[in-house]
Design a protein around this ligand. Structure first.
Ligand code: NDP
Length: 394
């Protein structure tokens, strides 16, 4: 069996995936990293003492991808580029008969909207081709889906309520910067909120609903209700669910800057003309902001991401909290990336490891909660993202 993998994308998360895959060379016999900018691949190749092959590719082009996949002949492709490339990479995997994994849901560059529809539409074609697509193997989506599946398997007969709680208490010292790709981040945060209750999606104004949650190892933080993509698959796969919500923390400085930038039109994603040149304001802002990859050395503090699930076990109500705490500086020491990239890259490697080892297998397109959570939870403990379970008062 071919155990080689092709990683596409050499950004903040790609860096972590490369480092973690190299730490698991017993599983990944041959690693190839391809991205748009070859120099970033060269840099990473140097960091891991030449243990990976590299290539240049434009992942917006199915033809280029097919050519590369045919040359590298990997067991699977790990899409660690941007959500815009999900469909081209999925299509190239289909044409070449190679398994697929990603960490983020397809988004069209011209509409800030996440949706699994187009990726789930590949299910039948992947089944016919006999290949597997594992969607959303990052932290959220990703580990949060695994936490839900683990809660369902071991703690509940029925889960009624889930809150996903995402806190980044990292401080990079800048008045304003985003911890991952600014364009993806700002489009997500400035979008309307949405949660699911009793079979219906309920829309809120952006960041309209707020609660304070006391995050272990961090403390109480304002947490805002947002739409997040894992909810779309979890409402399909978690039994008896009545409500699911997603909350993320933001500091005052971040929110004030974001509102101000939005008010002056800098978050717009349509083209405008300036002195005869066509520009997209959000692209200009991205060019001005610090590169997320440069935040690593200066970010201190921790992230805490988890789920609170409430429901019934043997007729009794119970509520449990499963979470991981990750330290920005520890993550940086190991991979030269901060915790947001680290917490995404490690689960991407784990998803791929379980596929290469044949522990996760199937024909068609899957979300992570459809897989057995136990081997994933074991790997999280071994690969740098240990988790905790607390019983809360129901
Ligand atoms: P970056 O912007 O740092 O990196 C993206 C990389 O993809 C860059 O190296 C970029 O190339 C490359 N790339 C972009 N377009 C193309 C293309 N057309 N062809 C080839 N390569 C391309 O982003 P991150 O590393 O922060 O994020 C990577 C992914 O992880 C994103 O999809 C993001 O949404 C997802 N993510 C998921 C999370 C989760 O928990 N599930 C959390 C955080 C992120 P270049 O260097 O030339 O720009």
């Amino acid at each position: 069996m071919n155990e080689g993998i092709l990683i596409i994308g050499a950004g903040g998360v790609g860096r972590v995936v490369v480092h973690k895959c190299v730490q698991n060379l017993d599983t990944f016999k041959k690693i190839t990293l391809a991205s748009r900018t070859l120099s970033k691949c060269e840099q990473l190749q140097k960091e891991v003492d030449g243990k990976i092959d590299i290539a240049q590719v434009d992942a917006d082009s199915v033809e280029e991808l097919v050519e590369l996949i045919q040359k590298v002949k990997p067991f699977m492709v790990l899409n660690i580029a941007l959500p815009y490339q999900d469909l081209t990479i999925m299509e190239a995997c289909l044409r070449t008969g190679v398994h697929y994994l990603d960490t983020a849901n397809y988004e069209h560059p011209d509409t800030a909207k996440f949706e699994y529809k187009e990726q789930w539409a590949y299910d039948e074609k992947y089944k016919q081709k006999g290949i597997m697509g594992l969607l959303g193997s990052g932290f959220d989506p990703g580990v949060t889906n695994v936490f839900c599946a683990y809660a369902q398997k071991h703690y509940f007969d029925e889960i009624h309520y889930i809150d996903i709680l995402d806190c980044n208490a990292g401080d990079h010292g800048y008045p304003f910067a985003t911890n991952f790709n600014p364009e993806i981040n700002l489009r997500e945060v400035s979008a309307k909120g949405r949660y699911w209750e009793e079979g219906k999606w309920i829309e809120t104004k952006p960041l309209e609903i707020k609660q304070v949650w006391d995050y272990p190892e961090i403390g109480p933080k304002d947490s805002y209700l947002m739409y997040h993509e894992e909810m779309e698959s979890l409402v399909k796969h978690i039994k008896g669910l009545k409500r699911i919500r997603f909350f993320m923390t933001f500091g005052e400085s971040y929110l004030t800057h974001m509102r101000c930038l939005e008010n002056v039109g800098m978050l717009r994603i349509d083209e405008i003309e300036v002195d005869g040149c066509k520009v997209v304001p959000l692209h200009v802002l991205k060019a001005l902001l610090p590169d997320p990859a440069s935040l690593g050395p200066r970010t201190v503090g921790k992230t805490n991401i988890g789920i609170v699930a409430e429901g019934l076990k043997n007729g009794k109500r119970r509520k449990i909290y499963i979470y991981n705490v990750c330290d920005h500086q520890e993550a940086y020491k190991e991979t030269k990336a901060q915790a947001v990239s680290y917490t995404t890259g490690v689960p991407a490697m784990i998803g791929a490891k379980l596929m290469v080892e044949g522990i996760y297998k199937g024909k068609g397109v899957y979300n992570l909660e459809e897989m057995d959570p136990d081997p994933f939870m074991d790997e999280l403990n071994k690969q740098g993202l240990p988790w905790h379970v607390e019983e809360l008062r129901a």
